[in-house]
Design a protein around this ligand. Structure first.
Ligand code: ADP
Ligand code: MG
Length: 252
């Protein structure tokens, strides 16, 4: 029996209107992503990558076309239902981490659970701690973002993204603010989460980062130019991080 894709998109378009000006950001995108996949989206600046991610993440609605998320027709959902689906099924990770500065790591990770209804505070806390454990930061639970390195802040953001046990993680340039070694560590974490069954869609402009994915979707001018499988996929597990202060990651 054919498996239903987690993300199924047909002829999706998005036109932004700026007063009199129309910007056709997406001009007919078709894409299927299956459960357990790890897809990288690449393409020049302005090619529609973030627009596509926002539509996949139910942050915005398309101008036309179809989008099924986990078999559900997203066009039929009310604004409230869309927010609920987003909170339950999608975890977001951004380039700039987007943590609340005045909240601890633990409080940041708890946030999506506060928006979900009916979870007692004690359970929220326990789940947030488990998510922090999964990203290797349980010992930083009570630190504020400014007390954490960039890589650690991104780990907190990833913990926040997984605390609701989403189907899909959407990451838009998640290593854009990180050095090479830290980027590899973060990609290793994404690979681990992917191996636990979370589907991942990640935008990057770095070919080295795309090599951690299974497939690469190349966008140009609001369209998918081509889709190719990753050959010689990079495995972050095959990299040993040498020393805490070293800047190198060495292949074993
Ligand atoms: P990418 O992420 O690949 O750099 P974007 O999806 O951000 O590309 O942008 C695609 C096109 O849509 C660009 O021409 C951009 O200027 C335009 N665009 C993106 N967001 C908006 C918006 N909120 N309003 C108007 N135009 C937008
Ligand atoms: Mg972008």
């Amino acid at each position: 029996m054919a498996e239903t894709p987690v993300i199924s998109i047909r002829n999706l378009t998005k036109v932004y209107r700026l007063g009199e000006v129309e910007v056709p950001a997406l001009q007919g995108v078709d894409l299927d992503v299956y459960r357990g996949e790890f897809v990288a989206i690449m393409g020049p600046s302005g090619s529609g990558k973030s627009t596509l991610m926002n539509l996949i993440g139910c942050m915005d609605v398309p101008t036309s076309g179809e989008y099924y998320l986990d078999g559900q027709d997203v066009r039929r959902l009310s604004k409230n239902d869309l927010a609920r689906v987003r909170n339950k099924k999608i975890g977001f990770v951004f380039q700039a981490f987007n943590l609340l500065a005045r909240a601890t790591a633990l409080e940041n990770v708890e946030l999506p659970l506060i928006y979900a209804d009916g979870i007692p505070a004690r359970e929220r806390r326990a789940r947030a701690l488990r998510a922090l454990e999964l990203v290797g930061l349980a010992d930083r639970a009570h630190f504020y973002p400014t007390q954490l390195s960039g890589g650690q802040q991104q780990r907190v953001a990833i913990a926040r993204a997984i605390v609701n046990e989403p189907l899909v993680i959407l990451a838009d340039e998640p290593t854009g603010n990180l050095d090479t070694r830290t980027s590899v560590e973060i990609m290793g974490l994404f690979q681990e989460l992917n191996e636990r069954g979370i589907t991942i869609v990640l935008v990057t402009h770095e070919p080295d980062i795309a090599q951690f994915a299974m497939r690469v979707v190349e966008m140009r001018d609001g369209r998918i130019h081509r889709i190719r499988p990753v050959e010689n996929r990079r495995r972050a597990g095959a990299y040993a991080v040498v020393g805490q202060s070293s800047n190198t990651a060495v292949r074993q």
